[in-house]
Design a protein around this ligand. Structure first.
Ligand SMILES: Cc1ncc(COP(=O)(O)O)c(C=O)c1O
Length: 385
């Protein structure tokens, strides 16, 4: 089956009621027919639900669909994108290990690597997403994992997945990719050698700003280890959120097509604006990694950033004059969302640290929604004016 068909047609088995759409299974635990069945399921000799922290039909449907869309053997759902990232780290890294991670990653992931992993004796080196040739210098005897995000939040840096995959293989590293900005519709990192692909399902997978969720996709053995971690420690997905997210996958391709055409149109339009010094969008020819993006992504994604000539104050001023778009901390919604990272999400970083991850003072991030493109452009242009 093609991507679109899998996203719609893969479904958990129908119940005796012959429903068309998968029902919600709000139950904490499941019944066993007898002691033998209970023993066999607990012993993993037989597949079956036990308790909703471990598995649930709604979570399993979402997981199997995500695995099919990412073209991996299996997947495990998590309560949020950050629980997917943390579970990826803690399932495979232990005291004395070292992780290589791209500098250009989501702020909370950066904080986990910088401030939390060292508490458990796990060290790190942040590497330049745009210079894979320099990564070898940072590999140590105890390096276990390579973690990258592409396109990155919010700088839209692109990591060459083919080159990064080859690097991970040569150095015998677990290659983990945060694929949140692209979604499996635009990019499938496993094709380039990624062992683990994680998502904040909160973003484009839900796509309507309703629920938090996360997922990690990979081969059966690696996913079994993360599942064991989740089962023991508890950061797993709620049944209700899984039901929402699985249903949302049915429209992912249609939504992503429109996010991408709107984003490209906005990026092209803003590139002409006299008060803007730079527009960043992976499918604009001016993007420094345009060719790499074209090689590994189907379209450029739903995020556009641009640089106002007048810096920090102009950024805040723009936000104050937005009329239709939302000022909100999320991305990947039907509604266009505008943020100014330097005065909000990244305000606690020094100017130098912000520069290192491509966040300049006048940078505006737009998560381009599904409204009519003329209305999106008009709102942003009048706010700049
Ligand atoms: C790239 C990326 N990864 C992970 C996360 C964390 O996701 P969540 O908010 O679902 O925990 C985010 C959130 O913005 C993100 O942008």
């Amino acid at each position: 089956m093609k991507f679109e068909t899998k996203a719609i047609r893969l479904q958990t088995e129908t119940t005796q009621h012959r429903e068309h759409s998968t029902p919600l299974f709000p139950t904490s635990s499941f019944l066993f027919e007898d002691a033998e069945q209970m023993r066999a399921i607990f012993a993993n000799e037989q597949e079956g639900n036990i308790y909703s922290r471990f598995t649930n039909p709604n979570c399993r449907e979402f997981e199997l669909k995500m695995a099919a869309l990412e073209e991996t053997e299996d997947a495990v759902s998590m309560a949020s994108g950050m629980s997917a990232v943390l579970s990826t780290f803690l399932s495979f890294l232990q005291q004395g290990d070292h992780i290589l991670a791209s500098k250009a990653i989501f702020g909370s992931t950066y904080q986990v690597i910088l401030n939390w992993l060292p508490r458990w004796g796990i060290t790190h080196t942040f590497v330049d997403a745009n210079n894979i040739d320099s990564w070898s210098e940072s590999v140590q005897a105890n390096t276990k994992m390579l973690f990258v995000e592409t396109p990155s939040n919010p700088g839209l840096d692109i990591v060459d997945l083919e080159k990064a995959g080859a690097f991970a293989k040569t150095n015998d590293l677990i290659f983990a990719v945060d694929n949140c900005f692209a979604t499996p519709y635009l990019q499938q990192p496993a094709r380039f050698g990624a062992d683990l692909v994680s998502h904040s399902a909160t973003k484009f997978i839900d796509g309507q700003g309703r629920v938090l969720g996360g997922v990690v996709c990979g081969n059966k053995e690696l996913i079994a280890e993360i599942r064991r971690f989740g089962r023991n420690t508890g950061p797993t997905l709620s049944t209700f959120n899984a039901w929402i997210l699985s249903k949302s996958l049915e429209t992912l391709h249609v939504r992503m097509d429109r996010h991408c055409t709107n984003a490209l149109a906005l990026a092209e339009r803003l590139s002409q604006h006299p008060q803007i010094s730079k527009v960043n969008y992976p499918f604009l020819q001016s993007h420094p990694s345009h060719q790499i993006a074209k090689n590994q992504m189907k379209q450029g994604g739903g995020l556009v950033t641009f640089e106002l000539k007048d810096g920090l104050r102009a950024g805040q001023h723009l936000l104050n004059h937005i009329k239709m778009c939302s000022l909100s901390a999320n991305i990947g919604d039907t509604r266009t969302i505008v943020t100014h990272p330097a005065s909000t999400t990244h305000a606690r970083l020094t100017g130098e640290a912000r520069q290192a991850v491509s966040i300049t003072d006048g940078l505006i991030r737009v998560s381009v929604g599904l409204e009519h493109i003329d209305d999106i452009v008009a709102d942003i242009e009048q706010a700049i004016q």
